[in-house]
Ligand binder design. Structure first.
Ligand code: NOJ
Length: 529
């Protein structure tokens, strides 16, 4: 079980209102108590922060906002002493427009080797005024921006599948592969345990960059559905190479390294190709996260994953929340300002379901506190480039990135701790007081205790974690499955109680469950006697 740390919102040690690496180090004992196996750190590299660090200007350093390399080494050392693995977020599809190689490309003429590291192309139509093709950016608007040539004239266009400040690398140029090997070795040499790979179905584009039949597909769904821009076969060679680099390090010191990809592809079968034995160890399976609160929808995605991914011998990697998605408590139907309603009950049930499934699980900071999405942030504090580019609040991601509440009754809730603390970089609502970690730890009915208890059992019981599942017959509205020979997990998606599939008191339940009863919007685990 890996815990995603969104560094700028975890804990601020310097009082500037932005979380940092020293803050993460200070929070490690909290994470140890929760029972995490490892942490994934969101990007902390030098960056102009147009997309909160997913626009990397230097892949081998720490942005002063978050600390420095010495602080990074201290964090890795402290995590190792606590037995917590550390994964970094690597961003190989694109860099920042401030990256020295992109600046060099802007200063160089069309056709130069410096431009060949990116996708530069001439425009179409009179005066080359139209982009080279009709692709859309994932963040809205065209996927191309036009540059001004060094002589001051309007010039070529460059491709960016995300914001214009995030030019896409040209992975058909071997120099890029070599540079990323250097970057991998830089961090592996500093003792990290692996990487979360951003946009792992990206990197390569169709070699001719032709027009798409459905140019708005990407902007519409945020799924990777422009088959010319994503999921090209060549990308698998990169993951094979990265896997072999990881194995080199393992051979040297006996410690396994982990590659987990952010893989958005249309089907579980295509997804499975990314986790073949010589490619990535894990790839987030987002279909569970996208499923509505409905037993048939959940059963369908779980069955597909078991058949098409686990069926090939790979691990399924489950996730319900991350820094790009509306938090479960809100997604499953919670009014944003209430903490104990239906959305919360369902989010608790979903957590127990996920922790009972065969495979790996990732949780996103604040999920263990049951934090709701902050839905009423005013426009002038929003930072998501999607908002800037589309003007739409529909898909904005700031609401799940609000800094964590740690203690106290008022913002900053212990998040920032300098002498003269600045305000948290996004405002925390007053109701965050009831979610603060100190309250969560003190209340055995909290989300935190549910996650902690679930993780403890997951670590202790051989039935959980790796393995298979067997669906059990269950009444309408209920999903039930067995792990090993005797562990039963059942989830009641309805609101009315139903008979429990196993008599006796559950081992763990997401809500009150009298013996023999599975309450509405509740999940429970039992050991059959
Ligand atoms: C996926 C990351 O999770 C998201 O936050 C980022 O904006 C895009 N990739 C682009 O790097």
């Amino acid at each position: 079980m890996i815990y995603q740390v969104y560094v700028r919102s975890f804990l601020d040690s310097t009082g500037d209102g932005i979380g940092d690496l020293a803050g993460v180090r200070a929070g490690l004992p909290y994470l140890k108590k929760l029972g995490v196996d490892g942490i994934w750190l969101s990007p902390f590299y030098p960056s102009p922060q147009h997309d909160h660090g997913y626009d990397v200007a230097d892949y081998c350093d720490v942005d002063p906002l978050f600390g420095d390399l010495d602080e990074f080494d201290l964090l890795v050392g402290a995590a190792r002493r606590l037995g917590i693995k550390v994964l970094l977020d690597i961003v190989p599809n694109h860099c920042s427009s401030e990256h020295p190689w992109f600046r060099e490309a802007l200063a160089a003429p069309p056709g130069s080797p410096a431009r060949a590291r990116f996708h530069f192309a001439d425009g179409r139509g009179p005066d080359d005024a139209e982009p080279p093709n009709n692709w859309h950016s994932m963040f809205g608007g065209p996927a191309w921006s036009r540059v001004t040539e060094p002589d001051g004239r309007p010039g070529q266009w460059y491709l960016h599948m995300f914001a214009p400040e995030q030019p896409d690398w040209n992975w058909r140029n071997p120099e890029i592969a070599a540079e990323f090997e250097r970057i991998l070795r830089f961090w592996l040499g500093r003792g990290i345990d692996g990487f979360r790979i951003d946009v792992a179905a990206g990197l390569f584009k169709h070699p001719e960059l032709p027009d798409s039949d459905d140019p708005e597909a990407d902007a519409r769904t945020r799924d990777s559905v422009n088959p010319l821009a994503w999921n090209q076969p060549e990308v698998h060679d990169v993951w094979r190479r990265w896997r072999s680099i990881c194995e080199e390090y393992t051979e040297r010191d006996g410690c396994e390294r982990l590659l987990v990809g952010e893989v958005s592809v249309p089907t579980a079968r295509e997804h499975a190709q990314y986790v073949r034995p010589d490619e990535l160890h894990q790839a987030f399976f987002f279909d569970l996260l996208s499923a509505p609160w409905d037993p048939d929808a959940f059963q369908k995605v779980i069955s597909e994953a078991m058949q098409d991914i686990a069926g090939t011998g790979s691990t399924v990697t489950w996730v319900l929340n991350n820094h790009d998605q509306v938090r479960t408590v809100t997604r499953y139907g919670e009014p944003a300002t209430e903490g104990s309603g239906l959305g919360a009950a369902r989010a608790r049930a979903a957590a127990l379901l996920m922790l009972a499934l065969p495979g790996a699980a990732y949780i996103y900071q604040g999920e263990e506190l049951g934090l709701p999405e902050v839905v009423d942030l005013p426009d002038d504090v929003l930072t998501d480039p999607i908002f800037r580019r589309t003007g739409s609040r529909a898909r904005i991601r700031d609401g799940c990135r609000v800094p964590l509440p740690w203690s106290g009754q008022a913002s900053p809730f212990g998040f920032t701790s300098g002498e003269e603390s600045a305000k948290p970089w996004l405002p925390q609502p007053e109701y965050f007081a009831e979610y603060a970690t100190d309250r969560a730890l003190a209340d055995t009915r909290s989300f935190w205790h549910l996650y902690r208890d679930g993780l403890q059992l997951r670590a202790a019981l051989p039935q959980l974690g790796e393995g298979t599942l067997r669906w059990l017959d269950s009444p309408p509205g209920v999903l039930a499955f067995e792990r090993g020979d005797d562990l039963v997990c059942a989830v009641n998606f309805g609101t009315a109680p139903t008979p429990a599939p196993v008599s006796g008191t559950p081992l763990l339940a997401s809500g009150p469950c009298p013996p023999g009863v599975l309450s509405g919007s509740t999940a429970a685990w039992w050991i059959r006697s």
